[in-house]
Design a protein around this ligand. Structure first.
Ligand code: HEC
Length: 140
């Protein structure tokens, strides 16, 4: 009985602490971006293979990328009045990815390519305007 308790409490403490760790850890913007890069590679692969299941899956990954919650305040503070511009490129990526997932169901390759180029334009538009600046403040 006593032995059981000796094990039980540390295990409980461990579970409690690890649930905290899970709450506090939000991904960095850099890791979010690396995930987006991989999802876009999957999307391209789906397009080249005409694999509409893969296209839909990869597009949904792009649309539902996680937010870098802990870094967001620094980004907002740095960009200030330019924040809407930053957000606008992100939401164009998001909406076009949702559109691609729908178009994949209809096997509409022309439509998919059209939205794919909107995504690419907005990935690059955000990078051209903000990447270096944000990368610098986040690495401080
Ligand atoms: C709202 C702005 C924004 C959009 C939209 C955006 N990015 Fe980024 N991206 C950034 C910023 C800022 C960085 C620099 C992050 C850093 O260095 O901490 C970055 C960096 C990256 C990197 C380099 C990560 C590394 O290892 O240094 C990749 C890859 C990337 N983005 C892919 C993408 C892809 C693919 C898309 C479109 C599907 C995209 N990004 C859309 C802002 C954006």
């Amino acid at each position: 009985m006593i032995r059981k308790h000796r094990l039980f409490l540390p295990i409980l403490a461990f579970l409690w602490l690890s649930s905290f760790a899970a709450d506090n850890s939000s991904p960095t913007l850099k890791s979010v971006m690396q995930g987006l890069g991989r999802s876009m590679n999957n999307l391209n692969q789906g397009i080249f293979l005409e694999d509409f299941t893969l296209i839909e899956k990869a597009a949904l990954e792009v649309a539902s990328h996680p937010k870098p919650k802990s870094q967001l305040p620094t980004i907002i503070k740095t960009l200030n009045v330019r924040m809407p511009q930053f957000k606008s490129t992100d939401s164009k990526v998001h909406h076009s990815a949702i559109d691609i997932a729908k178009l994949a169901k209809k096997r509409d390759m022309a439509g998919i390519l059209n939205k794919h180029s909107v995504i690419m334009e907005n990935c690059v538009a955000c990078h051209t305007q903000f990447r270096l600046e944000i990368s610098r403040v986040l690495s401080q």
